[in-house]
Each structure stands twice: as C-alpha cells, then as structure tokens.
Design a protein around this ligand. Structure first.
Ligand SMILES: *Cc1c(COP(=O)(O)O)cnc(C)c1O
Length: 387
C-alpha cells in the first residue's frame, strides 16, 4: 500500500516508512537516529518571538515531531499529538467538549475509558448513549442532531473484538454534524486507516502495538484536518502537561521501526490460534474478526487489510473457574494485563473489569505475540482440561 498524504509527500510504503522512521537524519550530526531533546525551556529571539516554535516542554517537545510525523504518514492525517498515555489521549477528546454535549460511545469498549466516562465525564456534564455499534439502526436512533457532538468508535472493540462499520457510522454522524473519533489501538495503522474512511480523529494507545515492547506508556491522536476542536485538544494537552517524557518518545519511535513486521507476525499467530482453538472440545467460542463465522468478519474484510489483528478471546467450557484455571496453567503465555507486545499475554478480563462489565465471565483475552505459533498453541492445549 502506498501512503497518500496531505501534509508532505513521502513516496514509499508504510513498511518502508516505519523501518526508516521516514528516513529523517539529524542535520547537525548526520546521525541516522535523531537526538533526544531534554530541555524544558527555550530561548527567545531578539524580537521577543520563539524562532523555532519551541517554548516550554509541558506543551510540546521537538523529540515528538518525528513520531507525530510518522503517525501522520501511516494514518494519512494532517496533524498528530503524542500524549503521556492512551487514556490521556482519549480523555482529552472528551474534555474538549462542553458540559451538556451528547456523545455516542460503544457498548463494547476499552474498560478503563468506559469507567472514566461513567465515573467522571458523566458528573462533569457530558451525556452518553452506550450503543451496540454493530446495529446501524441503533446508532441512527441514538443520534440527537444539534446535541450529539461526538461518536466514539473502537474497532476491533476490546475484549469481544466487535467490528464497527466506520464508513457507515461516519455517514450517520456527519449527517448530524457530529465528529467521529476511532480508538484504533488494536487495528494498528498497518491494518486500518480510519481517516481514509472518513473519520475525523484516530486514537492509539501507543503503549500497545506502536511501541510493542511493553516498556513505554504513551498515547497518540491523529486528525484528518486542523480545526478549533483539534486546537482545543492540543490546548488541553499543553495545560495539563499530558505529554510523554522525551526519552519515552524516542523509545516509541525505535519501537515503531519494527511495527510492520511485528503486526504481521502477531496477525499470523492470532489467526492460526483462532483456527486451531475453535476445534477444541473445551472451548465454547473463539472470538476473532478473521474467522469467517465471526459476526463482524465481512465488515472487517472491507475495512482492514493485511490481517485481522493480534487479539482474540476464547470462552472456556466450565465457566469462570475453568477459565481462570487455564490462565493459571499456561507457562509460555504470560498472565498479565495489556496487549500488543512481542510477548504473548493471557488474561481473565471479567476479574479486571468487575461489576457491570459486558464481558462474559468464561472469557480469556489473548494477545498473540510474535513467538513460534506451534509453541503458543501447545502451551494453551496443555493448560486446557483434556476432558
Ligand atoms: C490500553 C488501551 C487504552 C489505554 O491506553 P493506556 O496507554 O494504557 O492509557 C485505550 N484503548 C485501548 C483499546 C487499549 O487497549
């Protein structure tokens, strides 16, 4: 896939873009890796202006620029912003709205964000409709023209990997003059580009696939166009100082250089595991967008290319106790939260999400890493009861 770009012209594929971090070299040293800028403050020019645009590092830092530029390339966006976490990025999109505004959010979404919406944003005055985004008539029904300002999507949606039709939902939202923001963390910019499908903002937990090594917490937003709403989000980042350390930004760029290879490997492993596990008598269901019998398969085929992601879930025969037993008995799979790293992780999600979660209690979430797929399968098979 060749990347179209609105900001500047980079004539190579996403594989090349990430491997070379757009091929930028350091002007001063001619280094193929860019320096880390640790300064918190910058000198004014004689005319009292800031000649480089750098002012104070609570708002911005030159170390972010190559990362943000690469994200713009991959997502075909106009501008990007790095944040201190995925949650800082996501909540800034909501905080940029006004109390009283109505937003439509998915019934199946990243747990911590749903928790924040219910326990903070609601009290702050935002109004919500939690909607099953796979049912377009329900999205249409929930839309309150003039009042609905934002439709938030997450596709595939954590942890059931529900697929939302970005193109169709953008059409409904734009008819009602609402923005569309997409949490594309699990799709990655390699498999899906929501802005090209009409969305206004894309969000990533860069902690996951973008960095890929479980050693940086960061987030990102990419916008299709500059507008006052985007400027408000930028201003929230600056005022709260919701920015990553320059070291983390540099580490993230290093992680992103292998994004293409890692995502390809994780997709291949996840598909293999999904296909193999759905035949197991102790597994009630395998949830993976790449299985033709999965509800979102056709929409996934339409809006994802190159794979269906590295995330899958299994529902274990015998309920919650049986599921926890499997997670406790894996050796190679690491029993921990998070996803999108090179190492495979397994987690009983209902224990994490607590009361009110739409996540079934017999569900285990699997983040396929890049290890040998046969070894990953064998480890799960030995952990599953043989009955
Ligand atoms: C992890 C995650 C987030 C939150 O990101 P953090 O970097 O942990 O703050 C948001 N959305 C999805 C889909 C995630 O997996």
């Amino acid at each position: 896939m060749t990347i179209k770009t609105t900001s500047f012209s980079y004539p190579y594929s996403s594989a090349t873009a990430v491997a070379q971090a757009l091929g930028t070299i350091d002007k001063e040293s001619q280094g193929v890796v860019l320096p880390i800028h640790v300064a918190t403050t910058y000198i004014r020019g004689v005319d009292n202006s800031y000649p480089t645009g750098n002012v104070y590092s609570r708002a911005d830092n030159p170390t972010y620029k190559p990362v943000e530029q690469l994200l713009c390339q991959l997502e075909q966006g106009e501008q990007a912003l790095l944040f201190s976490s995925g949650m800082a990025a996501a909540t800034s999109v909501f905080l940029a709205l006004q109390p009283g505004d109505h937003v439509i959010v998915p019934h199946i979404m990243y747990w911590a964000l749903r928790h924040w919406l219910l326990n903070f944003a609601k009290d702050w005055g935002l109004q919500f409709s939690f909607v099953d985004m796979t049912q377009l008539h329900l999205v249409k029904q929930a839309m309150q023209p003039g009042k609905t300002k934002l439709v938030w999507l997450e596709t595939p949606g954590n942890p059931l990997w529900t697929i939302s039709d970005i193109t169709e939902i953008v059409a409904l939202a734009h008819q009602a003059d609402a923005w569309v923001a997409v949490d594309s963390t699990c799709a990655t910019p390699i498999l899906s580009q929501p802005l090209a499908l009409g969305a206004d903002i894309v969000m990533h937990s860069a902690t996951k696939y973008l960095n890929g090594h479980s050693d940086v917490i960061a987030g990102a937003l990419i916008t299709a166009a500059d507008h006052p709403y985007w400027q408000r989000i930028r201003s929230i980042r600056a005022q709260l100082g919701a920015v990553p350390s320059p070291y983390d930004a540099a580490q993230l760029l290093r992680g992103m250089r292998t994004l293409h290879l890692r995502v390809k490997a994780a997709c291949e492993n996840a598909l293999f595991l999904a296909e193999q596990l759905q035949q197991h008598p102790q597994i009630k269901a395998v949830l993976y967008p790449g299985l033709p019998n999965f509800a979102g398969y056709e929409v996934a085929c339409k809006q994802m290319s190159g794979g269906f992601g590295g995330m899958l879930s299994i529902q274990v025969v015998g309920g919650e106790a049986a599921a926890i037993h499997v997670a406790a008995n894996t050796k190679l799979w690491k029993r921990a939260t998070s996803l999108g790293g090179v190492e495979s992780l397994i987690e009983h999600r209902a224990s994490v999400e607590g009361a009110g979660t739409p996540c079934p209690s017999d569900l285990l979430r699997l983040s396929a890493g890049i290890e040998d797929k046969h070894e990953l399968l064998a480890d799960l098979l030995q952990a599953l009861p043989s009955r």
